[in-house]
Design a protein around this ligand. Structure first.
Ligand SMILES: [Zn+2]
Ligand SMILES: [Zn+2]
Length: 346
């Protein structure tokens, strides 16, 4: 910990500005909140989207990072004493609690969320944070916190997208983009009984996808014609394609890979548009779905899937908080197999 009363925190100052490591006051939990001593925080492409101005929720000067795991070290008024000392992963949406989406547990769709740790309020690139007590999902003792941290976004996003696709046993599922979210979707689809095709860049990543249960792999860095490959493997085309690359070219390719009545699930994005002639959708009765973040229940589910071994989180390496820029550069260059995780205690 830094000097008394202050902590280290990596601040988002605004679009097209570099993040800055600063000393700020250690936060105190308000009523209904807890303070989490952060043990690990995964690094997500979202941080780059914030920095580059692709995502801007209008708030400034807060700690980024939303794949947060730690230990509850202080309770606000009205929080049950049993929570003290609990090992947890943090759900990063705090909805208004009263709109039609919050009422049904879809806080990720709340039009006016009071806070979103790491997106519009203090998140996990710091030593401590405060958050609504109910946002803390307990983690089983045998699960290391630096492994489970990325499940806070990559894993829960994967489960949410997986549920949206209503995967059925035996279906062919293509995961287009084999990064942190893609590898989790792959494992979710396998657990749901699907046959899977992982498409990614680089032999290492694809070997890992194979290890995690991919039925077929396609290395777009070395092989030509992913569409032809999917058609040959599946017969007609995929039942479901999860689109995680988000370029115009990849989204067109993903659409073309589907069989009739296939489902395209958009999850990843870049600055590119998705353009498709309607006849391409109409003549094959394709469904285009989009998935953002997750519900609190999705996070509970993925933490459970990790505890039982159905989903294996992939962490390339950990770094101390001060070396966040190095971690972000690795995320940006796309050389990671899974996640980099920051550890404020290192
Ligand atoms: Zn709401
Ligand atoms: Zn994320």
């Amino acid at each position: 910990m830094s000097q008394t009363g202050t902590m280290r925190s990596v601040r988002y100052l605004g679009p097209r500005q570099e993040f800055e490591l600063r000393a700020v006051a250690i936060p105190e939990p308000a009523a209904g909140q807890v303070r989490v001593r952060i043990e690990a925080c995964g690094m997500c492409r979202t941080e780059l989207h914030l920095r580059d101005g692709l995502l801007d929720l209008g708030r400034r000067d807060f700690a980024v990072g939303h794949e947060i795991a730690g230990v509850i070290d202080k309770l606000g008024e009205g929080v049950e004493a049993a929570k003290l000392g609990q090992r947890v992963v943090v759900y990063y949406y705090v909805g208004c609690g009263t709109c039609r989406y919050c009422r049904t547990g879809d806080e990720q769709l709340c039009p006016q969320p009071p806070s979103q740790p790491g997106f519009s309020s203090d998140g996990g690139y710091a030593e401590f944070m405060v958050v609504r007590a109910t946002n803390c999902v307990p983690v089983a003792d045998h699960v290391p916190l630096d492994l489970v941290a990325p499940m806070g976004c990559a894993g829960s996003t994967a489960v949410h997208a997986g549920k949206m696709a209503h995967i059925r046993p035996g279906e062919w599922v293509v995961v287009h983009g084999a990064g942190g979210v893609g590898l989790a979707i792959l494992q979710y689809a396998k657990a749901a009984g699907a046959r899977t095709i992982a498409i990614g860049l680089g032999a290492d990543k694809l070997a890992l996808a194979r290890e995690l249960g991919a039925t077929e792999i396609f290395d777009a860095a070395a092989q030509q014609d992913a569409g032809g490959f999917v058609a040959a493997v599946t017969g007609e085309g995929a039942d479901v394609v999860f689109e995680l690359v988000g370029t115009s070219a990849s989204m067109s390719l993903s659409t073309a890979m589907l069989r009739r009545r296939g489902r395209l699930v958009l999850v990843g994005y870049t600055g590119d548009n998705f353009s498709v002639h309607p006849v391409e959708l109409i003549m094959r009765e394709l469904q285009v779905l989009a998935s953002v973040g997750s519900t609190l229940q999705d996070l509970y589910d993925v933490v459970d899937l990790v505890a039982t071994g159905a989903i294996k989180p992939i962490v390339d390496y950990t770094l101390p908080l001060e070396r966040f820029a190095e971690g972000l550069a690795a995320v940006e260059h796309g050389t990671l197999k899974g996640r980099v995780v920051l550890k404020p205690g290192l």
